[in-house]
Design a protein around this ligand. Structure first.
Ligand SMILES: [Zn+2]
Ligand SMILES: [Zn+2]
Length: 190
């Protein structure tokens, strides 16, 4: 009985726990001889958030160019899928997209909090053997849309500036008072 109720409460509150294996902290306080107060602490550190995101991304293979290209792409994006690199990049560059300024937390609230993808600026092929990554100069933070466009075509990786230029040309980013602002052109149907 105890087991069943507790498991159910746990699963309702943390539906992804079994998938990710990231268990929240549980605080047990004794109120009296027959009552206990249980408190889940689901405040994850940035590192834990990133680990969880990366695990989910690995399962979904967010950036993939079809079955044939997948293996190569995983090698090419290895630095981008390293939790330490993502953490360092976020600490240095912040959570806004370097191309378009998109901020997941601003756009989606809690669901997007602390999310951003990391793009490695130097293609692996140019670097040759794996080298140490300098998060300040080698990594940038980009949103998923921009990241996908950067890698959309094999052998043609856009730079941050090139892609931003394209967005400006299309009117997706506008310059207002010297600031680049993501414009909202979409019209939702009723
Ligand atoms: Zn972006
Ligand atoms: Zn990338």
């Amino acid at each position: 009985m105890w087991n069943l109720d507790l498991s159910r409460a746990f699963n309702n509150k943390y539906p992804n726990v079994l998938k990710t294996g990231l268990y929240p902290e549980l605080k047990i306080m004794k109120i009296n001889d027959s009552e206990y107060h249980l408190e889940f602490n689901n405040k994850l550190t940035l590192h834990e958030v990133i680990e969880r995101d990366l695990q989910t991304e690995d399962n979904n293979t967010v950036i993939s160019g079809g079955v044939e290209g997948e293996k190569k792409l995983v090698i090419g994006t290895r630095y981008e899928r390293n939790s330490k690199n993502r953490e360092d990049a976020i600490e240095i560059h912040g959570l806004k997209c370097a191309v378009c300024g998109f901020d997941f937390g601003e756009a989606y609230g809690d669901a997007g909090k602390d999310y951003i993808e990391v793009h490695h600026l130097v293609p692996l092929s140019e670097k040759g053997a794996p080298q140490k990554v300098n998060p300040e100069t080698d990594l940038v933070c980009v949103c998923s849309n921009c990241h996908r466009m950067i890698h959309r075509r094999k052998g043609q990786v856009y730079s941050v500036e090139e892609l931003r230029e394209k967005m400006i040309e299309c009117g997706s980013i506008q310059e207002i008072d010297g600031q680049l602002i993501l414009s909202r052109k979409a019209v939702l149907r009723k």
